[in-house]
Write a new protein. Sequence first.
Length: 436
Amino acid sequence: MGNYLAIVGRPNVGKSTLFNRLTKTREAIVEETSGVTRDRHYGYSNWNGFDFMVIDTGGYVVGSEDVFEEEIRKQVQLAIDESDVILFMVDVRDGVTPLDEDVSHMLRSSNKKIFLVSNKVDNMGYYSQSNDFYALGLGEVYSVSAMNGAGTGELLDVVVKEFSPEVDLSNDESIPKFTVVGRPNVGKSSLVNALLGDDRNIVTNVAGTTRDSVYTEYNRFGFKFKLVDTAGIRKKKNVSENIEFYSVMRSFRAIESSDVCILMIDAQTGMESQDMNILGVIERNNKGVVIVVNKWDLVDKGNNTHLEYAEAIRKKTAPFTDIPIIFTSVLNKQRIHKTLETIHEVFENRTQKISTSKLNDILLPIIQATPPPQASRERYIRIKYITQLKTHYPSFVFFCNLPNEVKDNYARFLENKLRKEFNFTGVPIKLFFREK
Ligand code: GDP
Ligand code: GDP
């Protein structure tokens, strides 16, 4: 189970308007296809503390100016396949149309949670007209105005009840689950094949906690690990036009189901914007990461090439620079062992628990020496104590008198100190400030 919300409906009912409203302030994931930056179709949203991803399937309908029933049908099927909750949007000013009836029919026969949203209810004048949509047989009708925001908060209040509060699908087992992500052709399958060798290395096949993931447990080169496999599990019928969409969705799901992700990049091209997007998803999901620069055999090397290369990558990933970078040639079987070793180290870093006394013994003197800047005249921020939360990933609470006054750059200073004193290489960490 993940927190995926899809918006479906006829063209022009207001799907993208709602999408933009939900994802507005969030970091966008821009997908680039053959150099053309397309509209974004996925974005993160948060409501009442629930993080979820919004999918605008409408963006995949080709020629959405004309109403092509077949296209809408595909869009709805996509939403049913790829999301957990579906918002079915209709236009209050048009009333029930035959196409709305077709879509309702498809949605009713799926077992997904559906919310019927009557849009363009900009004022109370339209409110009673929303009642027409009860005829679609999808239960409650939620009246909203995607344009001015009316009703959207009430809608989200009920929608987020369908989501899990903390999306972390990894359980507390001691064997790392990992996945290899990256752009096409960087060498992901080659690495996986090199790791897997023949079938005798398989320990077990374990169905994952998401319907899309299967973990296969291996014991290779002296390491136990579980590889998250999302591709090839569900055979798609006619998806050629949505191939990139599916591959992106799969990598999101694979990331969610993993403890540590290998972000593989091609040594010849370096870290590009797509790679940065994937890293953003990994960070956002608080997963461990190892950057693997593959096809190192194709690079002309001097003495310091790898250092310069790593430096160039860190410039791009800043402020998150505490990431292991490994230079491999999967072709020549170079540093495959090192890669596995590093995955395990990052896994250890991510699962470590630091006692409250140790944290305070080390951090409080540092804070005393370099306290937070004064909030304002006569107002001093005092950090009293620190404790690690029991989350799946490292997160720390700093109890203080004026939590809202702690500035980002001081938080970053604290994060750097934590990284310096303890080993969190390859692991995003979170800091919270709470009043005490
Ligand atoms: P989509 O094709 O379903 O993604 O629809 P769009 O989001 O592109 O919206 C279609 C048109 O409806 C645009 O001109 C929007 O400005 C307009 N629209 C969207 N939401 C509302 C709304 O709540 N009220 C009004 N009056 N217009 C809206
Ligand atoms: P994927 O699309 O990321 O899974 O990439 P593949 O594993 O299919 O590899 C794409 C191509 O790159 C194939 O032709 C591989 O043989 C080649 N390749 C993979 N790793 C290396 C490497 O380390 N060096 C070189 N020169 N080629 C590689």
